[in-house]
Design a protein around this ligand. Sequence first.
Ligand code: DGI
Ligand code: FE
Ligand code: FE
Length: 197
Amino acid sequence: MKEERVYDIKKMRRKLQRELDEDRYIHTLGVMDTAACLAMRYGAPVDKALVAGLLHDCAKCIPNDKKLKLCKKYRIKMTPFELNAPFLLHAKLGAYLAKKDYGVEDKEILSAIACHTTGKPAMSLLDKIVFLADYIEPGRSKAPNLAEIRSLAFMDLHRALIRVLADTLEYLYASGQPVDPMTREVLDYYLTEDDAY
Ligand code: DGI
Ligand code: FE
Ligand code: FE
C-alpha cells in the first residue's frame, strides 16, 4: 500500500519553481535535502524539515518594495529595522505565503521559515535545523570555515548554531552592514543559555 503523505512536495516544488530564479530554486533544494538529513540525525520530523527547507525562501525573489507592500497588506508586524532592511522580511512574509499559497498550516514549519534569517531566542529543534541547513547546504561556498561547520552541524547542533550566529555577525560587522538587534540578541541568548538543546 502506498504510504499516505500529508504534504505534496512535488506540487509545492512545481509552484515554487515558478516563483524563484534558477539559483534560488537550486539553493532551496539544497536546503530541503540538508534539513532532511539533519532531521534524521537529530530525530526531528523529516517531512516537516523537507517542507520548511523547501519553502524557507519562497518570498525571496519578490522585489523589496513589494515585500513591504505585501507585509502591510497582510498586517505582518515589522520592526523599525526591517522597515529599513526589507530583504529581511522574506522570512516572515515567506511563512505567511507558505500558509496562504502552499497550504501549510503546521505552526512548527511556519516558525522555522519565519525565523530562518536572524534566528530567534529559544528556537525549536526544527527552527535550528532549517537555520543551519540554510547556511551549510551543498551549494553554498562563500562563508569561511564551511567544511568545519558542515561537519560540526552533524556532531553538535548547539555548537554549530553558535558558530554560525557568531560568524554571521562578524561578517556583517566586517562588511559594514547594519545589524538587526535580533541577530545580536540571539547570539547572546545562546552564549548564556546552558539548556539550549
Ligand atoms: O536567503 P538566504 O540568502 O538563503 O539566507 P538568509 O535568509 O540567511 O539571508 C542571508 C543574509 O542575511 C546574509 O547575508 C546575512 C544576512 N543577515 C542576517 N542577519 C542580518 C543580516 N543582514 C543584515 N543587514 N542584518 C542582520 O542583522
Ligand atoms: Fe533566506
Ligand atoms: Fe536560504
